[in-house]
Design a protein around this ligand. Structure first.
Ligand SMILES: Nc1ncnc2c1ncn2[C@@H]1O[C@H](COP(=O)(O)OP(=O)(O)OP(=O)(O)O)[C@@H](O)[C@H]1O
Ligand SMILES: CC(=O)N[C@H]1[C@@H]2OC[C@@H](O2)[C@@H](O)[C@@H]1O[C@H](C)C(=O)O
Length: 363
């Protein structure tokens, strides 16, 4: 179906429930050839409330309203990109339990293919889970291609601070992402989701803008220690998380002032990443940070203090940290169309490298 470079369009609706990112990428599924334009459609307050209410639900539940929100937001946004030859549609993760009920991304690729009149690749995670993998994170194969594009030679780490945190350790000296030792990836722990939930519950705000509330608070070391005692941090990677897995954090900070609670939840992000770094095969030369957390200077400062290698936003390497995940699903769509793997034992713990994703054509 695809035998050379194409303009692929990737779309991501992340665990923060802030909106949908869409980005064009010219790629053959192995190399990143050119970055294209991108756009973002924010969910309105009522749309976000519908999605929040659907979190944790599995197929079979009444998800009609949430499905309409996801489908409509994608149709409107992606219609702006008629030049896309193929679309990678992640959908909205509602629930993730890879060792139990599976993984659930809301959104119908077949309907989107008809609406956009072009092929859509979707349901990226199920095949990996069926083969014993975590089904996440999936961006690491793209991270590998980025490291190669940047001409990097020594191991580095890419850290995504979205609702949940995930880290990819990359050895760009390897020749392919599925090669043994090329990648090690895993979710690090909570990132912005508990902090967003706190801001919503206590202040009616979506996020701790610029880390301003956390900057006024003091980290409650006792609460932080109790969090870091969670079994998750001792598990060997690959490992992944559901957005709700760290919901108990709200109880841990319940007695704290708003500012101290925000400071503690922000420190929890840095502490989780620090623990995760212990799993890297060799220390990375630097950590490049993508995702919304890099816009929070308090979080970035705590991270830099916690890690003993340089930490910088991915923009330091000429990348776009707001669109990197959307680009990843453009890249993965082309890999699926070419029959190439999208995950490997080092990235999801899957038994063998596997290509996930279903292709739906418009007809
Ligand atoms: N200016 C800012 N100040 C503070 N925090 C910010 C700022 N901008 C973004 N964030 C945080 O980043 C979050 C969004 O990050 P991002 O878009 O990477 O998440 P996502 O893609 O939805 O999540 P995931 O990667 O887990 O799927 C917001 O919910 C907020 O917590
Ligand atoms: C199940 C699921 O949607 N997981 C997301 C989530 O958000 C961040 C982290 O947890 C990561 O594991 C993953 O997303 C990114 C895009 C990934 O698959 O690489």
């Amino acid at each position: 179906m695809i035998d050379g470079p194409v303009w692929a369009l990737g779309a991501m609706s992340g665990t923060s429930l802030d909106g949908v990112d869409a980005a064009l990428l010219r790629t053959d599924g192995e190399r990143v050839l050119e970055f294209g334009r991108s756009d973002y459609r924010e969910y309105s307050g009522p749309e976000r409330a519908v999605l929040r209410a659907a979190l944790g639900k599995w197929p079979g539940a009444d998800l009609d309203a949430a499905a309409r929100v996801v489908q409509h937001a994608h149709e409107v946004l992606l219609a702006e990109f008629p030049e896309a030859g193929i679309v990678g549609f992640h959908g909205q993760t509602l629930a993730h339990d890879p060792k139990g009920r599976g993984t659930h991304q809301l959104g119908c690729g077949a309907a989107l293919a008809r609406a956009l009149n072009r092929p859509v690749v979707w349901d990226f995670r199920s095949a990996d889970v069926r083969l014993g993998g975590e089904g996440a994170p999936l961006a690491p194969f793209y991270h590998f291609a980025l490291a190669r594009k940047l001409g990097l030679k020594r191991p580095l780490a890419l850290l995504n601070l979205g609702g949940v945190g995930n880290l990819t350790w990359i050895d760009p000296a390897k020749s392919a992402p599925e090669e043994d030792g090329a990648l090690l990836a895993f979710d690090t722990g909570p990132a912005n989701a508990p902090l967003d939930d706190l801001m919503q519950a206590r202040r009616g705000q979506r996020q701790d803008e610029g880390g301003r509330l956390a900057a006024k608070g003091t980290v409650a070391e006792g609460a932080l220690e109790r969090l870091m005692a969670a079994h998750f941090f001792d598990r060997m990677p690959p490992k992944s998380l559901d957005r709700g897995d760290f919901a108990f954090l709200s109880d841990l900070v319940a007695e704290l002032s708003d500012a101290d609670a925000a400071a503690t939840l922000t420190a929890a992000v840095a502490a989780s990443v620090m623990r995760g770094m212990e799993h890297c095969p060799v220390p990375p030369e630097r950590v490049l940070v993508t995702g919304g957390g890099r816009h929070n200077p308090v979080m970035m400062k705590m991270l830099a203090a916690a890690l003993d290698c340089p930490v910088a936003p991915v923009e330091a390497a000429g990348l776009d940290g707001d669109m990197l995940e959307a680009q990843a699903f453009a890249f993965l769509a082309v890999r699926v169309a070419r029959g190439l793997p999208t995950s490997a034992p080092g990235t999801t713990g899957v038994r063998a490298a596997v290509g996930g994703g279903t292709i739906s054509r418009p007809e």
